[in-house]
Design a protein around this ligand. Structure first.
Ligand code: RTP
Ligand code: MG
Length: 138
């Protein structure tokens, strides 16, 4: 069974979408292995978004992600990494079709409601970062 890391971002939490988003993941066949509401620190976000530190959208991204609590989770299932990405929808909002979470609930490429790890390697790194107490389970 594969594990991935996913997150309802601050705008999704503020809009009361945790339940709706979790329902989509669970209805598809993924199960929670860990979950928590956490207001992330600058340090945690700098580590999480390390790969984007030189991108033009980086400062906006960090400010956005520090604007309130997020719902962080570990999900388990066959092909969990790929499936969460498909349910979330593509990064560029103009490509996000209705039926995906981004396609149904947002209009902006930066303020885009959800995160999902982009590979098995990223999933492992992100799970250890957000849920270090799972280090002996992964
Ligand atoms: P995520 O990591 O959150 O699942 O999103 P992603 O893989 O689809 O997108 P990624 O390229 O990893 O970008 C991380 C987050 O940065 C913001 N972003 N803004 N304005 C822009 O051009 C832009 N591009 C990316 C989004 O919040 C994106 O999810
Ligand atoms: Mg990404």
């Amino acid at each position: 069974m594969e594990w991935t890391f996913a997150m309802v971002k601050p705008d999704g939490v503020k809009r009361g979408l945790i339940g709706e988003i979790l329902k989509r993941y669970e209805s598809k066949g993924l199960n929670l292995v860990a979950a928590k509401v956490i207001w992330p620190s600058l340090e945690l976000l700098q580590k999480h978004y390390e790969e984007h530190k030189d991108k033009p959208f980086y400062n906006d991204l960090i400010r956005y992600m520090m604007s309130g609590p997020v719902f962080a989770m570990v999900l388990e299932g066959d092909n969990a990494v790929r499936i969460v990405r498909l349910l979330n929808g593509p990064t560029k909002i103009e490509d996000a079709q209705p039926g995906t979470i981004r396609g149904d609930f947002c209009t902006n490429t930066t303020f885009n409601i959800v995160h999902g790890s982009d590979s098995l390697e990223s999933a492992k790194r992100e799970i250890l970062l957000w849920f270090p107490e799972y280090a002996n389970k992964i």
